[in-house]
Ligand binder design. Sequence first.
Ligand SMILES: [Zn+2]
Length: 267
Amino acid sequence: MNQYCKIQLLKDFFLTKLHFCDNKLRFNWALKLSFFLFLMLLPVFKVRSQTISPTINYVTGKFEPAQSIDFIKIEKKYARTVEASKKMFLRKETYTQLKKMFTEAAKNGVTLNVLSATRNFDYQKNIWENKWRAYKNEPTDYARSKKILEFSAMPGASRHHWGTEVDLVAVTNSYFEHGEGLKVYKWLQAHAAQFGFCQPYTKNRKTGYNEEKWHWSYLPLAKQYQKFAQTNLTDASFKDFLGAQTAIELQIVKNYIVGINPDCQPN
Ligand SMILES: [Zn+2]
């Protein structure tokens, strides 16, 4: 291949109108160049899947998912209700894998949909404080928080902050114990891991929230946030909401952030 040919080939390549002309040498050279460029770009793709490094603000939900380029809105067809779809966001990678899982489930006659996805600090604060007011007859603040913590996290301590969590189909365990719900749950138990999802709140754990058959976590991203949260958050980190003073006595980090299904734990 002469010098002119190489220069022409490079020019064509970058103008993205590569045409493998007349001789084999030129084709081989182009293949080598493509492979080289592919190798150069590999780390970019790898980093792309973890673009948001863990920070205190991120793991405690102090951001707006709708304004982040790493988040994407869930399409109506994957949401339980049209209303829910208007405000549900996930990290892009979580969403890609979730859609693959939904498609595979549908092939097996199992219908999946999303009830809740990313919830930032303010969203979780709203849930928490509504329950705090509702449980006003509990004898102590500790008991009041403990009651909420059966199923809801303190603002700042929810996995739903991370863009990696979804609540699927129904938010009662009883739904998943018979009929269509049982079929859905059995399918998820058998297949969710193939798509990166794990159920963090299984039954028979010693600490933490009650069992939640509807809550699934996308581990390839969630593991790094879990690791960061359990290493960097303290019980004194939780503040600026009603009942926050109970976090220390309840040992939120040890009992609720760490206290998940061992299969979903980072190494
Ligand atoms: Zn959940």
